[in-house]
Design a protein around this ligand. Structure first.
Ligand code: ZN
Length: 140
């Protein structure tokens, strides 16, 4: 299996079997991407500067919905500082820029092809922006 197929498989797996889907009533942030129809709500339970739990709910394209799942899985249990570093590197990935630390992105590396499709950048980043705003500091 080449990397393109592997990444497509990861994205479709999270699209069809989303992890952390369903809101439980923590602090929420709702963002929409009208150009694609993505409509996503992210919630986070942040205690002692740790992301104890992240959940998502919404509708949208496969890139948007799968990235909400992958982000929730990847950032749950991370400290706010770790999450910020991962979010920052994810934005570098999506823009096709050099990464500070490739290893921390894990399954999120599946979106590296998005940099070649500028129209999809919002789809791939909307969930991450929603969480970034929840964390409370714009690091882009
Ligand atoms: Zn989309």
């Amino acid at each position: 299996m080449d990397m393109t197929n592997l990444y497509r498989h990861i994205i479709m797996d999270h699209y069809k079997n989303p992890r952390h889907k369903g809101l439980k009533g923590y602090k929420q942030n709702h963002l929409r991407n009208p150009s694609c129809g993505d409509d996503i709500t992210i919630e986070a339970n942040i205690e002692d500067k740790v992301l104890k739990e992240i959940n998502h709910e919404g509708t949208g394209c496969s890139i948007c919905c799968s990235s909400a799942s992958i982000m929730s899985e990847l950032l749950t249990g991370k400290s706010v500082e770790e999450a910020k570093a991962i979010i920052e590197d994810y934005y570098h990935l999506i823009k096709g820029e050099p990464l500070v630390n490739e290893d921390i992105l894990e399954d999120a590396l599946a979106y590296q092809g998005v940099s070649q499709f500028p129209a999809r950048i919002k789809c791939a980043t909307i969930s991450w922006k929603a969480l970034e705003e929840l964390i409370g500091e714009n690091i882009e």
